[in-house]
Design a protein around this ligand. Structure first.
Ligand code: CTP
Ligand code: CA
Length: 223
């Protein structure tokens, strides 16, 4: 599998991909998460591997099998993802953050199951670390940093803001409201945004989108 189908145009490159959701515990029974399936990130990791790269995949819990010939590290929380990524980042040439990281986690985790009572329940939440922002702030010379952006409105404008704020080289934006885009399903509709360009791809399989995203990353690296 590693040998067929793709030209080895990523041979010698070290690539870190993050994928999947994070899970933030409320108590021993419950957690807060999102709809990420990991498919886009796993497609990216698989295509990188087939193109000859040395791939590390830091992944939240998913239902899909881990790609072969990839160093996979499974994490659950945003905190665990942050620690794993911090460890792995310095030796990477390309980092692609496809994971859907929780922005907030419950401030207190109950050691016992929370029992229901009369009336409403509110859970105090605190911010998680912005892993991508950390990577942008600590980017080493020559390292290429690609984020993802999930929006339901003002996609380009909001994504450009993230590109700048997090010191990214590229951000891949998708609009959850477009048919065939986002979390559900095997397809995606993405716009690849760099400092001086915006390229909108039509609806395609997540694997094909991964190929196109990586083509663009390699093109940027050669500039
Ligand atoms: N990200 C991250 N750590 C976080 C939150 C997000 O590394 N705590 C990364 C995601 O992996 C993604 C990018 O930041 O590559 C953008 O995520 P997104 O949720 O679209 O944007 P946010 O910056 O979190 O802003 P908001 O959710 O408010 O739109
Ligand atoms: Ca977010």
């Amino acid at each position: 599998l590693r040998e067929i189908q793709f030209e080895k145009d990523m041979a010698g490159k070290r690539v870190l991909v993050t994928a999947g959701p994070t899970q933030e515990a409320i108590d021993p029974v419950r957690y807060i998460t999102n709809h990420s399936t990991g498919k886009m990130g796993y497609a990216l990791a698989t295509v990188c591997m087939r193109r000859g790269a040395d791939v590390t995949l830091v992944t939240g819990p998913t239902a899909i099998p881990k790609p072969e010939f990839v160093k996979a590290i499974t994490v659950h929380t945003a905190k665990e993802m942050f620690e794993a990524v911090k460890d792995e980042a310095p030796r990477q040439d390309i980092i692609i953050k496809a994971a859907a990281v929780a922005d907030y986690r419950p401030k207190y985790v109950s050691h016992e199951k929370v029992k229901k009572k009369e009336g409403d329940l509110s859970i105090p939440m605190e911010r998680t670390d912005d892993i991508l922002k950390y990577l942008g702030d600590n980017k080493r010379e020559g390292q290429f940093l690609c984020g993802f952006s999930m929006e339901t409105e003002n996609m380009i404008e909001n994504s450009r803001r993230k590109l700048e704020k997090k010191n990214l080289d590229m951000i891949v934006a998708n609009n959850l409201k477009v048919e065939g885009a986002g979390f559900a399903g095997d397809t995606n509709v993405v716009t690849i945004i760099t400092k001086d360009e915006e390229v909108s791809l039509e609806k395609m399989s997540k694997e094909e989108a991964a190929v196109q995203i990586l083509d663009r990353i390699l093109m940027c690296g050669q500039k």
